[in-house]
Design a protein around this ligand. Sequence first.
Ligand code: PLP
Length: 453
Amino acid sequence: QHVANPYLDKLIALDRNHLIHPVAPWRKHEQRGATVLESGWGAWLRDARGHELLDAFAGLWCVNIGYGHESVVAAAAEQMRKLPYATGYFHFGSEPAIRLAAKLVKLAPASLTRVYLTLGGSEAVDAAIRLITQYYNNTGRPSKKHFISLERGYHGSSSTGSGLTALPLFHRGFDLPLPTQHYIPSPYRYRSVHPSDEALIAASVAALRAKVAGLGSENVAAFFCEPIQGSGGVIVPPKGWLKAMQQAARELDILFVVDEVITGFGRTGPMFACDAEGVEPDLMTLAKGLTAGYAPMGATLLSERVYAGIADGAPAGAAIGHGATYSAHPVSAAVALEVLRLYEEGGILANGQKVAPHFAAVLDGLADHPLVGDVRYRGLLGALELVSDKATKRGFDASLGLADRIFETGYRNGLVFRSFGDHILGFAPALCFTEGEFVEMARRLKKTLDDVL
Ligand code: PLP
């Protein structure tokens, strides 16, 4: 039950003055102030003014199990009571971190056997870059320093990882990309000139080949990709694309890194998006659904070949100089173990698969709306791309501020989602959504689009 917070206005004034909201226009935020969220249960949120919201974005595509799971709270509390901290440095360890690493190896594609536990996705990507560099240096191929990723890709905002991110917002003012960071076109079916899925896949493969040829395979370390691009606008490639890119990377003698920070843990149906196509990457990055947002944690998974190259190539007895105080944090690991139990034994993964057709129906139901140009989804990850002209696929003038308007209107109508660029609405409901909640989502979403027409 909502109890009014008598200090809310004071709190918002403090927020305006002190708390940086990273991916927001800072000065504009000072004017606007924060929307303070107060509590959550299942797929629902309540803000500090008592407004109830259906969260169709699982926080930031992470709260896959929904809010308010007492067993996760209990797992965290128990671990905090017993041992709140154990360094993963040197030879120390903790039971939950060790069990979590073993569990991830069991769940992940068979190629991945070693786990580095981080505090989130950006650090997982950053670790992957550092470890790949170490791998090639230690295995006698130090010229392999260039990285390739996809246009519209998002790989976090660490100082080098944000160069693999190919969204101009994350480069502007940060002197990125680095000279060793390169992009190939996104497999963006809706805006592609290629006439078929096969042609689009072939074009991606050809672009990777051409980029590697231009740089020289002996200079290229790895290709990074998301199986479905999230922050770039939920770009769903054709089935078979991921497998074709893995095959190409292998032939080109570069490492294939799959960033499943969003797509992992049932978001697209199976536990990992790689599973749908039998893809076995050399490295995989994870976060978000790993702890379902209840505590910060990410992971970088390595193949035995990459692990051995690093371990055996280092000077005998020397440590590998990469780690953080909170690597393999026991409380986050205890949370992750319980979250993984809920996906499997708690039936949450199965529920996500069961309700996915209702999610599809919500989005398909809006295909004929005058604002909607494209509908795309896989599992519980989807988007509506809005256009001002369906025939020409022309978008909207950024000066209209459509994305902000739609977000604010959705919020007023009690629905949370995200907008990307100025015209793509992204959705990532928790895997615990019910059929009834999708009916409610459809009603609120249609009203929102009608309101801004
Ligand atoms: N990689 C992908 C695909 C992501 O979507 C994100 C975050 O949205 C990241 C990496 C970075 O993760 P984090 O925000 O936990 O640092």
